[in-house]
Design a protein around this ligand. Structure first.
Ligand code: HEM
Length: 143
């Protein structure tokens, strides 16, 4: 169970980087072409929303199953960079990234905004979120 969740979390992490980047580039093109916020924009931004929510749920389950998660929480482990990364920085930062995506998605659904403004909400919130996620991926695993 732990190993499969860890594998899924790893694969989904890479998929998120790719899909968010794709969503941002696609929305940027639609925005620059001054197209309406139509079905395409909705689907692309919804994919980003769904995948990050799935990943957060897997992450929370992993937090309770992994030896690097909750069970590693102690005053002593806070002094170690990698332990602190998995116990505090990675989970909190990633949850913040998901909150930002959710806010951006919700704001883009507001039909009282102009088409350009709806696209801008996605670009801004998904963009900041992608930067946070990229920063908090445990890249050191592959060094
Ligand atoms: C967008 C959100 C997230 C992304 C992209 C992400 C990505 C990753 C990646 C790539 C790994 C390395 C997996 C491996 O060693 O094979 C990892 C590990 C881990 N993540 Fe996340 N994560 C996210 C959210 C979360 C959240 C919200 C939590 C907890 C609440 C969490 C808890 C963990 C834990 C405990 C590990 C260590 C697993 C282990 O090696 O035993 N993650 N994460």
């Amino acid at each position: 169970m732990y190993i499969s969740l860890k594998e899924a979390h790893n694969i989904m992490g890479m998929a998120i980087l790719f899909l968010l980047l794709f969503a941002i580039i696609a929305i940027l093109i639609v925005f620059l072409r001054k197209k309406p916020f139509g079905k395409f924009s909705k689907v692309v931004s919804l994919i980003g929303l769904i995948i990050i929510h799935l990943q957060i749920n897997i992450g929370i389950a992993l937090y309770f199953l992994s030896p690097l998660g909750k069970s590693n929480f102690s005053g002593e482990s806070m002094k170690h960079t990698i332990s602190r990364f998995y116990i505090i920085e990675h989970p909190i930062g990633m949850i913040l990234a998901a909150v930002l995506i959710t806010i951006g998605y919700r704001r883009s659904k507001n039909t009282t905004r102009t088409n350009a403004n709806r696209h801008l909400q996605i670009l801004l919130f998904y963009g900041i979120s992608l930067a946070i996620i990229t920063y908090l991926i445990p890249w050191f695993l592959w060094n």
